[in-house]
Design a protein around this ligand. Structure first.
Ligand SMILES: [Zn+2]
Ligand SMILES: [Zn+2]
Length: 260
């Protein structure tokens, strides 16, 4: 690309950004959508989740169809995981919603959003921020015979854990580790890790080869949970009796946004 052409593109990008900002500053009040607080981009609610200034309580909704409930030890462990990092003096409450198996498995990203649209019951209110987790009875549409997606965080308070896939590729001994790792890892993305919002990184620990992941190999945010080969998953499970934790750099990032 020639230089003037490049410059022109840069300029038009700048104009686009400016016009978006103008729209945001518009004085007309936003439409009253009671779910609007839960329709933002990934990472945008990191501070609201970590600090207690705006929301004192948190509710986590687990949605699943019969046979795909996560293990009780995963649910209990998630409570501890959240209590360790989030400032929610009003408490963290779990709600479970059992649904009919949705049509269309394996699910693509549009279907995952439609499932949330049809089944989510918990939304952010005055003092309570709500997070939604779908434990999927189907795998991700993009999976191949060798490469799988374990989970995806796709909005500010929404994620899917591909429970069927976790069960297919683990044993009864390794399932608890894989379930906890996937759930905690996707929550880490919802909490803004690593460098999700581009401008708020406090330490240069985003992996240059795997965007939005941490370069510390022992960190919870190291593995990309999409497009993992089955042998990568097997190697990961071989070495661990429990889910990895955040490394000190990731914890520092969470603390900078009001976390513990
Ligand atoms: Zn990830
Ligand atoms: Zn890290």
């Amino acid at each position: 690309m020639t230089f003037p052409k490049f410059l022109l593109l840069m300029l038009s990008a700048a104009v686009l950004i400016t016009s978006c900002k103008d729209d945001d500053n518009n004085d007309t009040p936003p439409q009253e959508d009671p779910t609007a607080e839960n329709k933002k981009a990934l990472g945008e609610s990191a501070e609201d989740l970590l600090a207690n200034e705006t929301y004192d309580r948190m509710v986590v909704e687990f949605v699943y169809s019969e046979g795909f409930r996560p293990m009780q030890e995963t649910i209990d462990g998630f409570q501890t995981f959240l209590q360790n990092r989030l400032n929610k003096p009003g408490g963290v409450v779990f709600v479970e919603t059992v649904i009919d198996p949705p049509p269309g498995a394996p699910y693509n990203s549009t279907e995952i959003r439609e499932i949330e649209e049809a089944n989510r019951t918990q939304f952010t209110t005055d003092d309570t921020i709500a997070v939604y987790v779908f434990f999927s009875d189907g795998s991700s549409f993009g999976d191949s015979s060798n490469s799988v997606t374990l989970g995806t965080a796709y909005r500010n308070t929404s994620m899917v854990v591909y429970e069927k896939t976790l069960r297919d590729i683990s044993s009864s001994t390794t399932l608890p580790v894989l379930e906890a790792t996937t759930l905690h890892h996707e929550m880490g993305h919802i909490l803004g890790l690593v460098n999700i919002s581009e401008d708020d990184i406090h330490t240069e620990h985003e992996d240059e080869f795997r965007a939005k992941h941490c370069f510390v190999e022992e960190c919870l945010m190291y593995f990309d949970a999409s497009g993992l080969t089955k042998s990568e998953v097997a190697r990961f499970l071989e070495r661990r009796a429990q889910a990895p934790n955040f490394d000190p750099l990731c914890i520092e990032d969470l603390q900078a946004k009001g976390g513990k």
